[in-house]
Design a protein around this ligand. Structure first.
Ligand code: SAM
Length: 268
């Protein structure tokens, strides 16, 4: 038994380690890192994806919260010139410290499912640095990210991700590819931040606010859910019918509502 297999998976860090060589290879081929590129891997764990990325010749920074795993990774990869390890919490990590030029950073990770949504929001706030992202996530989360308006999957996550990025659901991965196997199905998603936003809001924080407020009670009409933010006349002035429910609105319509709020003055 090699040293790396003596590590006991820690539930609190969402540790499900990839062991299926076919799946690992398929992810690496989807990412297709090249020499001269700058890759950030979040949660490298026991290095299932790390080794292949290092072999590509790209510069690789990894952020791992688990001190024991960080030690194992250091033993395994410290001699590689293109490897840099940051032991700490990716949710608190300042991506600007990596020194990547705008629009160049490639982010990769088999993410801990318990923090995947806040982590994606943290990354979206740094979207200007990022060229693309490839993540393993719970399949249900990928479905929500890639959803269109009109169904139950369309919500805050879909809208905020699609505001910044083009989203592609690449392929699904069953629990058997991991050790220990998770209770849910997983999927690989590719997210590519737009160089020019298709529907820019005057203030993206107001867009986040409107969307959060609207989906707090997704069964109610907009005129009800947005009552605290804007009167129905303001909603109707954007051309949106206040009797519609939030899940029926497109991203572009939410941006119109956020811009109206901007015009009325920040209610905060
Ligand atoms: N990439 C490895 C693989 O595919 O086998 C491990 C994936 S495992 C699902 C998630 C990894 O993220 C674990 O190594 C865990 O320790 C790490 N992790 C959990 N929370 C983290 C956080 N807040 N910041 C950085 N790493 C974290």
């Amino acid at each position: 038994m090699t040293e790396q297999y003596q590590h006991r998976a820690r539930k609190r860090f969402g540790q499900n380690f990839l062991h299926d060589a076919g799946v690992i290879d398929r992810i690496l081929r989807s990412v297709h890192a090249r020499p001269g590129e700058h890759v950030l891997e979040i949660g490298p764990g026991q290095g299932a994806l790390t080794e292949g990325i290092l072999d590509s010749g790209a510069q690789l920074d990894v952020v791992e919260i688990d001190k024991d795993l960080a030690q194992i990774l250091t033993q395994q990869f410290a001699a590689r010139e293109n490897f840099s390890l940051h032991q700490g919490d990716a949710l608190k990590f300042d991506f600007n410290t990596l020194g990547a030029a705008p629009g160049t950073l490639r982010v990769v990770g088999n993410l801990p499912y318990n923090i995947s949504t806040p982590l994606i929001f943290h990354l979206l706030h740094n979207a200007h640095l990022i060229k693309d992202m490839h993540f393993m996530l719970q399949k249900e989360v990928v479905e929500r990210m890639a959803a269109g308006p009109g169904g139950g999957d369309w919500g805050r996550l879909s809208i905020m991700v699609q505001y910044h990025c083009r989203v592609e659901h690449l392929f699904n991965v069953g629990p058997g590819a991991f050790n220990p196997p998770p209770k849910v199905d997983s999927a690989i998603v590719r997210m590519v931040p737009y160089e020019t936003l298709p529907h820019p809001a005057k203030d993206h924080r107001l867009l986040e606010r409107v969307v959060r407020e609207a989906f707090n009670q997704r069964r109610k009409t907009l005129r009800n859910t947005l009552k605290a933010l804007m009167p129905n006349e303001a909603i109707e002035a954007t051309g949106v019918d206040g009797s519609r429910r939030p899940e029926q609105l497109s991203l572009e319509e939410f941006v119109r509502l956020a811009d109206k709020l901007h015009e009325l003055g920040d209610p905060a």
